[in-house]
Design a protein around this ligand. Sequence first.
Ligand SMILES: [Zn+2]
Ligand SMILES: [Zn+2]
Length: 730
Amino acid sequence: MIIQVVLDVPLNRAFDYRCDDATKADIGRRVLVPFGQRKLIGIVVALVNESSVETSKLRRAEEILRDIASCSAEEIALFQFCSQYYLHPLGEVMLNALPPLLRRPKPIAPPAPTHYALSSGGRAEAEAAIPARARVARDVLHLLQHNDTASVETIRAMAPGAIKHLKSFIAQGWVVPVKISAHNISLGNDVQLPSLNNDQAQVIEKISANTNKFHVTLLHGITGSGKTEIYLRLIADAIARGGQALVLVPEINLTPQLDNIFRTRFPGVTIASLHSHLNDSERLHHWLAAKTGEARIIIGTRLAVFAPIPDVNLIVVDEEHDGSFKQQDGLRYSARDVAVFRASQRGIPIVLGSATPSLESWHNAQSGRYQLLQLNQRAIQDAVLPNIHLIDMRRDKTQSGIGDALLRAIQIRLEKKQQSLLFINRRGYAPALMCHHCGWAAGCKRCSGKLVLHLRSKKLRCHLCGSESRIPTACPDCGNVELRPAGHGTQRIEATLAERFPDARILRVDRDSTRNKHAMRDMLTQIHAGEADILVGTQMLAKGHDFPNLTLVGVINADGALYSSDFRAGEKLFSQLMQVSGRAGRADLAGEVLVQTEIPDHPLYGALMRHSFTGYADALMQERKSAGFPPYVYQILLRFESVNANAVEDFAALATKLARELRAAHPGITVYDAVPAAIARVAGKERMHLLAQCASRAKLQKFSNAWHAALSEHNTKNVRWAIDVDPLDI
Ligand SMILES: [Zn+2]
Ligand SMILES: [Zn+2]
């Protein structure tokens, strides 16, 4: 028997091996095979009778690993779709979807049982055998006596020594492990449910009307309109019908807050979480819980879209517009789009939720491909939307970055003992260090970006490649010793505030201040406990957090994005500002948002003041339509880079020539000129790209396959290249 095996190698093909004991049931299983001098874990994708390799040269597979269930045919089809659509080798797609421990060439230990119950012997003997003074042991026994099963987690939480007693019970044969199946899941029916408003009730009714059919719902609801409650109700229903629910959220939203909401709501349900902060054994544990069906809710970031979910009957993508759903290297997939594919494959509903949907999803909703459902009121009664005001910075001139109007508003909040948040999407002290004599600015030697001044660490730091250097004492060009910071970052705003409000407790939340593992969690706790008066933060603070005592949001330096060359910059800025505005006044306190701008007449700000996503989206759609941009066309971007500038130029010429030649056979494709990337040099590598687009996704896919194949035939070893399908950052 010959098996075809895919491996985690950058070659888009399967490899043949002899394997005598292989059967059809082994398709989708891990297999240990020799590859060159190494031994690798691969996955069996087919059984064949003949190989194109001569039988005598065919190597023998070492062992098929049958420790866990194989990958299902549906999952293999999913991986094949991703491999073809995103032009990435199938082996890399499949192996990278596995937890790291399953990619190691050794079988895994069987997972430890998660639930225990009293054996009949234990029921008869334990009560008399445990002395009354052994309090913890008796507590553990009582828990088991009064419940059919108890989880290890619950027992561990009882008391420090509880696990030790459980182990001794196991040793005596008093308790035995039990398998938890979908039948004995408690949905926590005694949980007090919040009441729904009319909008919410209607949305739930419409989505639940059709649970056995593939359909996509775009749930457009303003911040605080109660989307989460809708997800929770749909999930409860999905589990009650015997299914699993997959919930995808942006990385930044995976907070203890969200965790609490789910665990309180579904106390008896095993929840698997999958994200990049788990260690290898946690990752394996959660992945297996999803695969065996023990976990009924799988919640995670983009990588969770590849989780094995045999019983899935509902998918939710929260904040569907968020850029973090798109992977920016390797397999450059969009988890949102892959999730829609999975739902169609399975024939189940999928809900995409957002206060500011991506224009792609908005377009699909307008054209009727998706069902559009809207929540227009805030769920909490009497809660009102914040008042948004623009501060014209052409009149409110300031050196410090914070104008008088904003300073006064902060002062009022301090007097009322309410919290303020200043939002600025730039960390560090100042984005540049300049000489005002000759115009010199400190730049990175390896990148085309400016160095960011970090006064705390007394360093200049490159935010592209991470390199650091000392702050120069004089201008290297003219010798001027008065070098000045230009522009504002979070640290500089923090310093200004500290000087102006010496008694206020100021908390800076950005990537620098949250580097340690629990820093973010600790800061959130501090904010909730009212131990901070003014927060200075980047977009990390804009999303998913609910601060009841926060009534003022100040936005600093937002204009920059409006001058960007990226045609999506306006869309991104709008959703960021809507989100950050949503932080103000969520409970019973009215909120106010002050936006400092030098272009107050810009339509983006007008729409923001009216809280009108629809108005701004319609305007952007008009622009996109007349410019011929997505969502009216589909795009692919060939990205390439090299330390050798000539090699990049040569590759640009080659790629352009091949693309132009292919156009004859692929009508309707527009091929642009190769241009330097927006950041043309990073860590010593010159970077360029070449854009191609087409109104038909199918035609573009055929073209990109042909182009990819043509490029692969050339020796381009000194250039790293990849085709990014549906690119987000151009
Ligand atoms: Zn100078
Ligand atoms: Zn650099």
